[in-house]
Design a binder for this molecule. Sequence first.
Ligand code: TYC
Length: 157
Amino acid sequence: MPLMGWIERAAQNSNFFAGKGRERKVRHLKAYAIFFSMKREATFMTGSGNGKDDDAEIIGALPAMAVKTRPKTKKPSQYKVYLLNDDYTPMEFVVHILEKYFNKNHEDAVRIMLHVHRHGAGLCGVYTREVAETKVSQVLAAARRAQHPLQCTMEKE
Ligand code: TYC
């Protein structure tokens, strides 16, 4: 903390610190500097920066601060990507799609395809928004190219 150096220098140069109370005054000032920097953090973290200078509230928040780390980044939302059943798309084509775009092995691809066939829809994977959007459009484009009505959708987790 830069303030510590400043306090040390001030303690050497200023008459205020001279004499027998010097050690105690320096300690006191350092403690105050630490308190103030913590207070700024606590005000920020508790959102209690309402202009009211309520030290009691800040001091109450200090123990929580010691264990609470401020998240710098929000973790991105995840999206589930589903295949939907229809009466016309060949089972083999759906299996191929699951292998190619969802990196499933053959066994899992067959299992998921049959789940969609029997239940109407099935989860193919969970991805961040951009990846999920890419998967959906890749599947729709491949289905359109092959002239199958296969549908694919995504849903926020
Ligand atoms: N129901 C289709 C059929 O009987 C197979 C199928 C499975 C289609 C999964 C789409 O997402 C799907 N040929």
